[in-house]
Structures are given as structure tokens and as C-alpha cells.
Design a protein around this ligand. Structure first.
Ligand SMILES: Nc1nc2c(ncn2[C@@H]2O[C@H](COP(=O)(O)OP(=O)(O)OP(=O)(O)O)[C@@H](O)[C@H]2O)c(=O)[nH]1
Ligand SMILES: *[C@@H]1O[C@H](CO)[C@@H](O)[C@H](O)[C@H]1NC(C)=O
Ligand SMILES: *[C@@H]1O[C@H](CO)[C@@H](O)[C@H](O)[C@H]1NC(C)=O
Ligand SMILES: *[C@@H]1O[C@H](CO)[C@@H](O)[C@H](O)[C@H]1NC(C)=O
Ligand SMILES: *[C@@H]1O[C@H](CO)[C@@H](O)[C@H](O)[C@H]1NC(C)=O
Ligand SMILES: *[C@@H]1O[C@H](CO)[C@@H](O)[C@H](O)[C@H]1NC(C)=O
Ligand SMILES: *[C@@H]1O[C@H](CO)[C@@H](O)[C@H](O)[C@H]1NC(C)=O
Length: 537
């Protein structure tokens, strides 16, 4: 039991309030007591203008979900316009991951492939065992191809460096605690997916691929053919999760990417580039080439662009330049502070932004590449393929731990526009610690199995409620453990949302240097020189 004096404490506090609080304080307290619970009780899911969240409509002219909720798959398949695509699933995996592979195949079969029967290509750096092959063939009616990767494609290029150098570098990354940094096999996997998988001889028999991995899970039914719709809508790459990369795995990737662009000034960047980079060119210079921002312009105004990083600095820095120029021209006559400003400028360094090169910075965002649906031809484009070769020559796949996800995203952003890319918002997907799972659309239809061998997978399935801006078909989203990527640390997907709503081909600096200089020049005259009126006195 609490001593009696503690029980009396609330009464004492109340008595004190009655005696000491002014009427205004009482009004404020009452308002607070009434409004806060009302707000909590009546609040809708929060909608931030300019920020995406999972209750919102994201469709735009540039990119929208292909269907509204479920469609009748049988009618869809029988429609004379429907054409099955030259497409396959791809999975790189190991014999000892068989159980995890089965999980993934059962999930994709029951939610999609039982109706569409696309084949699978399994890739491994070692031969697959008979057990592995037979077990998988038992759970799907689709064709399965198994291939052992040629060691020449899997291993690092020996000419680049001796084995020992590679090992030392990889061990060092382990010592520095970089995620998977000390796993040579992980480095090779990233390199293979960055620049080799699309050259595999079996993979080359197809136009399209859908990448899956062991232990992935799909939460909704995909009642239409994503390959066919992508082809209909002229899309060449698609994602379902977009997140930032760990900086420590790619410290020199962007610098190397820019060197590649400098060596290839004829590349005209796609608008997808804007999704992955921050541009610190704030001032519109007449000779700023926004198609390839890597052409150096070594003028005074370009110097200004280097020292101005944020909008709020623009006017200050231009004014400072006017003050200094005036002092250099006319000395102390009108400008007592001129010398101070010059000294300040001489002593100041170009402000450092961690990863800013050529006034550009990689924002670390990437399409999470363990899920991808894309056309193989985009990688066969010489701009992408040469990019991979250049990265390989720089050794970044073992000196650092460049992931295939940032490499795909940066490389493809040189050739693709935002409208070439599709966000499969209606595909619920989980890998490892991250998941995206949509709300169900009001259009739902009953599940009709097509000889679903994996019907056990669906036991006890209970479809979620529908929402006005839902996109999913028969989704059952797990609510525990993992949170929705659209609602958590959604910096990257928000960038996507912004740019699909306000499309731009090539970014243009917002501030017109000539105009602002003219205006500030006048302010400076007013502040420092006697006006005509003064002179007439
Ligand atoms: N055959 C083979 N497959 C590999 C090897 N290393 C990785 N993989 C496969 O490549 C895929 C990705 O590797 P994981 O180690 O699972 O990486 P992850 O957990 O997806 O990595 P994050 O998504 O970056 O967290 C999986 O399908 C693995 O089976 C390897 O040495 N040999
Ligand atoms: C494949 O399925 C058949 C029939 O269900 C079964 O007898 C066989 O053991 C299975 N094989 C493997 C490798 O799972
Ligand atoms: C290491 O070097 C040896 C000898 O040159 C070569 O046989 C082997 O394949 C190399 N290993 C790797 C991983 O490159
Ligand atoms: C599928 O695409 C590949 C690669 O473009 C091509 O070589 C092959 O002939 C195509 N197959 C069919 C059936 O169209
Ligand atoms: C796709 O491209 C073709 C050929 O350029 C064009 O005729 C068609 O209208 C485009 N479709 C869409 C949905 O943009
Ligand atoms: C750009 O120029 C480089 C070097 O001159 C050349 O190898 C490459 O093929 C050109 N690329 C394009 C897209 O024109
Ligand atoms: C900047 O403003 C000046 C003066 O108004 C104008 O002549 C010039 O075209 C503008 N520059 C750009 C790039 O818009």
C-alpha cells in the first residue's frame, strides 16, 4: 500500500491550481482537455502533401498501377490482345538454400505463376544437385533451366589484381564492420548481378526477367501479367521497394560514376538521374549544360556555384561578391567593409559536403534489386555495359563492396527516363527485414485456383479490408515485425513520388544569376553611394 499522503497528492495539486491559476490559464487547460482527445478520436490516417504515404493515391500520367485491384485472370488470358511474353524468372542461389528456394517458389506460384507458367532460370557458381533439381521440378509445372556459371564470369578478373590483394581488401572491409564486407562470395554475387547475369547464355534466350531470391514472400495475388503490361505501357524497368544504400559500402561509387560520364561527354542523361542525385548548381549560368553537367565551366560564376550549396545562401553570396568587386574597383571610397570581405573570402574554403563532386551528390537511393522486373536489353545498351566495365576496372567490387542495386540504379539512370520505370505498388513483397504491402483496392474477386499445387500456402488466408486508394488484389499483409516502406524512412520513395508528380527532363538551376546580380547591384548602390538627391544638396 502507498502511504496515505501520496493518495492525497492529486487533491493537493488541484487545490493549489484552484487557488493560483488565472482565468486565462483555466481556459487554456479546458481547451486542451477538450481538443486533444477530439483530435485523436477523429484523426484520419495522416496525409502529408508532397509526401507519399500508403493511404494516398499515387497514380500519375507518367506511372500508375496497371489494373484497379483484381481482374478476371481467365478473361484476361483469353483476350485476343493478350500476348504471353518472352520472359523468365531468374534466381541465383546455392544448393544448401533449397528450403528457402522452395518457400519463394511456392509463394510466387500460388500468387501469380500458377496462371501464367513463366519458366525459371536457376544460376549457381557450383553445379546444382539432382535433389535440388528434382524437388523444384516437383512444385511447379513450368519449365526450369539450371545453369552453372562459368568461373570466368563469376571470379574477379585476375589481371586486375593478385588474389592476395583482393583478399586483404575484403578482410579490411570486414574489420571495418561493413555489412557483408568480408564475404568474398557476397562481393562476387554483387558483381555478377551488376554486369554478368544478362550475358548468361540461358538468360539471353529471353527478352524479360523477373528476379527473385530465396526466402522471399508475396502477399497479394497478381491477377494480370506484369511483363505484358510493362510492354504495353512501354516500361523497361520496375521495382517495388526503394531505399538508401549504406554509405560505407559505396564511398567511391559516385566519384567513379562521374569519371565515367566525364570520359563520355556524348551521354545525354535520362531524367531518372534526377531521382538519384542532388544537384548543387543553384545559379543558372548561361553556359551551364544541363544535359551533361560534367562539362567543367571554369568561370567566376561557376566558382559562385561551388560555394553556394543551399537556396538561402544565394543572395548573401552574390551580395558579398558585389561588395568585393566594388572594393577591388574603387577601394575604400564607398565600401568600408570591402577589405574585411576580401580577407574573409580568402580565408574561407569551398564548403565541404560529404560526397559532393562537380556540384553533384549521390543521395544513396536505389531500387532494391532483389526484386526486379526488367527488359534485358537495357543492360545490353553500351552505355550501361561500358559503365560496368569501367567500374570493374576501378576494382570497386572488391576494394569496396559496391552493390548491384546502386550500380543498376545509377547506370540505368544514364539511359532511362522516369516514365520508363514502373513502381509495382500493387505487388506485396518481403525480403529480409523490409517489406512493401499495399492496401486492397475496392475491386476484389474470389480466388480461383488453376491446379494450384501449393494450395496449403493459402490455408487460413484472410484478405485485408479495402481502401479507396488501395491497389492490391487479395492481399493479406502481415502487420507484425516489419513496417510498410511507404510509411517509414520513406526519403527515397518520396523522391520518386515528387518527381512523378512534377516531371522534369533536365534539372535547371532555380536562380538566375544575371537577374539577381542586377537587383543586388542596385541595393548596393543605394546602401553605399550618395544618391542623386544627396549630390544635389
Ligand atoms: N550460387 C551462389 N549464390 C549466391 C552466393 N552468394 C550469394 N548468392 C545468392 O545471391 C542472392 C543474394 O545473396 P544474399 O547473401 O542472400 O544477400 P541478401 O540477403 O539478399 O542481401 P541484401 O538483400 O543486400 O541484404 C541469394 O539468392 C543468394 O542465394 C554464392 O556465393 N553462390
Ligand atoms: C516428387 O513428387 C513425387 C510424387 O508426389 C514424389 O514421389 C517424389 O518423392 C518427389 N520427389 C522429390 C525429389 O521431392
Ligand atoms: C587466384 O589465382 C590463381 C592462380 O593465378 C587462380 O588459379 C585462381 O583462379 C585465382 N582465384 C581467384 C578467386 O581469382
Ligand atoms: C526471346 O528473346 C530472345 C532474346 O531477344 C531471342 O533470341 C529469342 O528468339 C526470343 N524467343 C522467342 C520465342 O521469341
Ligand atoms: C508505347 O510506344 C508506342 C510506340 O512508340 C506508342 O505508339 C504507344 O502509344 C506507347 N504506349 C503508351 C501507353 O505510352
Ligand atoms: C560516346 O563516345 C565514346 C568515346 O568516344 C564512344 O565509345 C561511345 O560509343 C559514344 N557513345 C554514344 C552513346 O554515342
Ligand atoms: C536571366 O535573366 C536575364 C535578364 O532578365 C535574361 O536575359 C536571361 O535570359 C535569363 N537567363 C536564363 C538562363 O533564364
Amino acid at each position: 500500500m502507498l502511504p496515505k499522503r501520496y493518495l492525497l497528492l492529486p487533491l493537493k495539486v488541484f487545490q493549489h491550481m484552484l487557488e493560483n491559476f488565472s482565468p486565462i490559464t483555466w481556459i487554456l487547460i479546458t481547451t486542451f482537455i477538450i481538443t486533444v482527445p477530439t483530435l485523436i478520436l477523429t484523426s484520419q490516417p495522416e496525409i502529408n502533401i508532397g509526401l507519399l504515404n500508403s493511404y494516398q493515391d499515387t497514380n500519375t500520367k507518367i506511372d500508375k498501377t496497371f489494373t484497379n485491384g483484381c481482374i478476371d485472370t481467365t478473361l484476361y488470358l483469353n483476350n485476343e490482345k493478350y500476348v504471353k511474353q518472352n520472359a523468365t524468372f531468374i534466381m541465383l542461389t546455392r544448393n544448401n538454400e533449397l528450403n528457402e528456394v522452395i518457400e519463394s517458389i511456392k509463394s510466387i506460384e500460388t500468387h501469380f505463376n500458377q496462371w501464367f507458367q513463366y519458366p525459371y532460370v536457376f544460376l549457381n557458381d557450383e553445379p546444382f544437385t539432382d535433389l535440388f533439381k528434382q524437388t523444384l521440378q516437383n512444385i511447379t509445372d513450368s519449365n526450369i533451366f539450371f545453369d552453372t556459371i562459368d568461373p570466368i564470369d563469376w571470379n574477379f578478373n585476375n589481371e586486375v589484381s593478385s588474389n592476395q590483394t583482393i583478399k586483404t581488401n575484403i578482410n579490411l572491409q570486414g574489420d571495418r564492420g561493413i555489412l557483408y564486407g568480408d564475404m568474398e562470395s557476397y562481393h562476387k554475387m554483387c558483381r555478377y548481378y551488376s554486369g554478368k547475369f544478362y550475358k548468361n547464355k540461358i538468360v539471353q534466350n529471353f527478352d524479360w526477367y523477373w528476379r527473385i531470391e530465396p526466402s522471399v514472400k508475396f502477399f497479394c495475388d497478381i491477377s494480370y501479367d506484369p511483363f505484358f503490361e510493362m510492354s504495353n505501357f512501354n516500361k523497361s524497368y520496375a521495382f517495388t521497394i526503394m531505399i538508401p544504400e549504406l554509405y560505407s559500402t559505396v564511398p567511391n561509387l559516385f566519384r567513379t560514376t562521374l569519371s565515367y560520364l566525364k570520359l563520355n561527354p556524348n551521354i545525354s542523361l535520362g531524367s531518372l538521374w534526377n531521382v538519384f542525385t542532388n544537384d548543387y548548381n543553384k545559379l543558372d549560368l548561361d553556359n551551364y549544360d544541363n544535359k551533361n553537367p560534367l562539362i567543367e565551366i571554369d568561370t567566376n560564376s561557376n566558382y559562385l556555384n561551388k560555394i553556394v550549396n543551399y537556396d538561402e545562401e544565394v543572395y548573401d553570396k552574390i551580395y558579398e561578391k558585389i561588395e568585393i568587386d566594388s572594393f577591388l574597383r574603387e577601394g575604400y571610397q564607398y565600401n568600408d567593409d570591402g577589405l574585411k570581405k576580401i580577407i574573409k573570402k580568402a580565408r574561407s574554403k569551398i564548403p565541404l559536403i560529404d560526397d559532393k563532386f562537380n556540384n553533384l551528390e549521390y543521395n544513396l537511393c536505389h531500387f532494391w534489386s532483389n526484386f526486379e522486373i526488367a527488359k534485358l536489353s537495357i543492360y545490353q545498351d553500351p552505355i550501361y555495359d561500358n559503365y560496368f566495365n569501367y567500374l570493374e576496372d576501378q576494382g570497386g567490387f572488391w576494394k569496396e563492396r559496391w552493390g548491384d542495386a546502386p550500380v543498376h540504379s545509377l547506370g540505368l539512370s544514364m539511359i532511362l527516363d522516369i516514365d520508363d520505370v514502373h513502381y509495382f505498388r500493387d505487388i506485396g513483397y518481403r525480403h529480409d527485414t523490409l517489406q512493401h504491402c499495399p492496401k486492397n483496392h475496392p475491386n476484389q474477386l474470389p480466388y480461383i485456383s488453376n491446379n494450384d499445387k501449393n494450395w496449403n500456402e493459402r490455408k487460413g488466408i484472410k484478405y485485408d479490408n479495402v481502401y479507396a486508394y488501395g491497389t492490391g488484389c487479395r492481399c493479406e499483409c502481415p502487420t507484425k515485425l516489419r513496417r510498410e516502406t511507404e510509411d517509414n524512412n520513406a526519403f527515397c520513395i518520396n523522391k520518386w513520388y515528387d518527381l512523378t508528380h512534377n516531371p522534369i527532363k533536365h534539372r535547371k538551376p532555380q536562380f538566375n544569376l544575371t537577374e539577381i546580380t542586377n537587383k543586388l547591384e542596385k541595393d548596393f548602390q543605394r546602401n553605399h553611394k550618395p544618391s542623386n538627391d544627396d549630390q544635389s544638396i
